[in-house]
Structures are given as C-alpha cells and as structure tokens.
Write a protein that binds this ligand. Structure first.
Ligand code: PLP
Ligand code: COI
Length: 364
C-alpha cells in the first residue's frame, strides 16, 4: 500500500472552540492524559482503497460497531510523542521520524497496514498546528497520541480489512505528580510482560492490558511503577510498564537492558545512550539481573537508577520493593548524573540548547 498516493487532508475547525480563559484554567494543573485539545486527526484504510479520507476535525466521540474487530481481538497500536513550546514561541517536535518508524514496526508485527512516514508526520504537524495554543508554557508539553485499530465489522480471527488511524493531543504536566525526588518500583515476580517471539517490542494495546495486574500490585505495595523481569528465567531486568530503565555505577558508566524483541525500543533510551557516550561515558547494553541490582545497590557500586520515556522523561528511582525484600538506591533520592542527563535532554527537546543531532523539528 505504500506506493499509493498520499491523501490530502480536509480541515474542519471546531465551531465552538474552548475559550482562551477556559483553556488557560485547564492548563494550570493539567496532570497527564486528562486535558484534551479541540481537534483530532482521522485517516481510514481499507483493503480496496488503501489510505484515504484524511481529516482534521473537531475532537468528538467515535462510533464503533459492537462487532468491530478491535473490541474482540485487540488489533491496536499506538505511539507517544510530545510537542514543546520553544523559546521563540514556536512549536517543536522531538525525533518524530523515529515514532513514525516504530509505528510501522508495530503495525508490521500486528499484521496491520503501514502508514507512509510522511503521512504520519503530516498528521502530527496538522494537529499541532491547529491546536498549538494548547501547548502549555513552562515545563508542560503537548502529548500526542497517534493510534490505529482494526475497524472491520467481522468476528473471524484474521487481520482486519479496515483500520482507523487517529491522532489526539493532550496538554500534560509531569507523569509522576508529587513524587519528587524519586519514584518507587515494584518488581513483579509472578507476571511477565513479554516473551521471545511475542509482541514486547511492539507498542500494542495488549502489552499494556497484560501489565495492568502487575501495576495494580505495585500500587498495593505503595509503588509507582512495575519492573518486569524476563519471562524465561524471571531473573533479568527488562523494563518498566511504560518506560525503559538505566543503571548508573560509581565510575559514571551506565547499563541498560538490551533490546532483543521483548522490550520497547525507546526513543528516549536511544537519545540518552547517545548523549552519555558523547560525554565519554561507557554505556553497556547488557543483561542485568535483579540479584545483581540488589547486591550493587547494597555495596554502593550502583549509584543511581532512572526510568526514561516520553511521558516520564528521566525519572529517578529511589526505592525498590519485591516479594524478596526491599532496597534503596543511593540515598533514595535523585542522583547527579540522572539530573544532568535529564537537563541536557530537556533543553534539546525544548529548543533551549543547540540541536547538534538534528533531532528537533519545527512545526511551521
Ligand atoms: N517502554 C514502554 C513499555 C513504553 O510504553 C515506553 C513509552 O513509550 C517506553 C519504554 C519509552 O519509549 P519512548 O522513549 O520512545 O517514549
Ligand atoms: C509514553 O511515554 O509515551 C508512553 O506511552 C508510556 C505511558 C506510561 C504513557
């Protein structure tokens, strides 16, 4: 389908957009994923027409047939990315091409049609452009959620013949609210997130559905996130429910679990590796066991641990709890290396620092 012509967007502005005063009130404390903008993008795909009917339209509920395939077999994928307000007042995106590529890797794994990267980027640009007033000032951002789901009215188990691609946007503040200086994590021994040959590296809804029981267990233990171990040995640290993880040692070197099909290939993860290596730091992409983590934290060899992702940016992990006992990382707060990498990355993402990697894209 990739060689069909790209559909042009029809644009319908909302007749009754939220007033400036009401929007300003919503942006004071937006939280995460609760405040939505005035518009959305929809693009349809069918077996006979390919991608067609691209629209920017007022954000509204969508109607689905009760037999829509997604409701039964969960053929659905998504992305997460942010638009920031740059110092000159303009809107900027961070490595959106990487989201477009990952979206298509997820689509492939889930037997869904790929979306031309240029169409993905244009959909994002269109929505950010029309809703740019929703990008909060200060440390907030506009979280963009492109997603696609099987929309055929059919109960047979096979790849759907119809899909709906959409983009919605949400004005957001910090993902972990009032959790400074660090979050706590629960190590899940009973539940795993992904297995070799499974869908762990795809950003598909089912991965998150399957993780929620462990997330609920984390909350029961007073923790903010889950650490998943590998499915085969229940020994190797993989990632958190919605974030990758890095370990920082006493010599400044860093380690993060390798991508190999069972974890999400995080764009923040890749950016952190690049920035750390440019500082001359050693970054190993190697397996790290839960027992080693505990031992290194106790001996002081391990100084810091942080979670990273679009929503989480870089978030220090201070406490680790598990059925086999709890332990503290460093002094239980944040660490200097986590803070300085977070600052460096945020400054690039927000157009406050020189973009030497060509990572930042203006939305004109
Ligand atoms: N791992 C999981 C399971 C995620 O949901 C996310 C968030 O998208 C990440 C890692 C981090 O990926 P990224 O840095 O591309 O946002
Ligand atoms: C993101 O960071 O974009 C995610 O999808 C993770 C989720 C915790 C919101």
């Amino acid at each position: 389908m990739l060689n069909r012509p790209t559909p042009a967007f029809t644009i319908q502005r909302r007749a009754d957009p939220i007033s400036d005063a009401d929007r300003a009130a919503l942006l004071v404390e937006p939280g995460f994923g609760k405040v939505f903008t005035d518009h959305m993008v929809t693009i349809r795909w069918s077996l006979d027409k390919g991608w067609h009917d691209a629209k920017v339209e007022p954000r509204a509920a969508i109607s689905l047939d009760p037999a829509a395939a997604v409701l039964h077999y969960s053929q659905t994928i998504f992305e997460g990315m942010k638009a920031y307000r740059a110092p000159d007042g303009g809107a900027v995106l961070f490595r959106p091409e990487e989201n477009a590529k990952r979206f298509n890797r997820s689509a492939k794994r889930m037997a869904m049609p790929e979306l031309p990267e240029s169409l993905f980027i244009e959909a994002i640009d269109q929505l950010v452009d029309i809703d740019r007033a929703w990008i909060p000032d200060g440390e907030g951002s506009l979280y963009l959620r492109p997603f696609m789901f099987a929309n055929e009215t059919f109960l047979g188990v096979r790849p759907s013949h119809e899909y709906l691609f959409m983009v919605i946007a949400s004005s957001v503040g910090a993902y972990f609210k009032n959790k400074a200086p660090a979050v706590s994590v629960w190590v899940s021994q009973d539940f795993t997130r992904a297995a070799p040959g499974g869908t762990g590296s795809a950003k598909c809804g089912g991965n998150y559905a399957g993780s929620l029981i462990a997330q609920a267990e984390a909350y029961e233990h007073g923790c903010d996130q889950v650490v998943f171990l590998d499915a085969a040995e229940r020994r190797w640290i993989e990632e958190l429910g919605g974030m990758n993880v890095f370990f920082v040692f006493e010599d400044g070197s860093m380690l993060t679990p390798p991508t190999g099909g069972t974890i999400l290939e995080g764009i923040t993860r890749d950016s952190v590796i690049t920035l750390a290596r440019e500082r001359g730091l050693t970054v190993r992409e190697e397996p790290y066991s839960i027992d080693q983590w505990r031992a290194d934290a106790a001996s002081g060899k391990l100084r810091e641990t942080f979670a990273c992702g679009t929503a989480a940016v870089l978030t220090p992990i201070g406490q680790v709890k598990s059925a086999n006992g709890d332990f503290t990382i460093g002094n239980g707060g944040s660490g200097a290396q986590t803070e300085s990498l977070r600052q460096e990355l945020s400054d690039i993402q927000r157009g406050r620092a020189k973009d030497t990697h060509d990572w930042v894209r203006k939305v004109d």
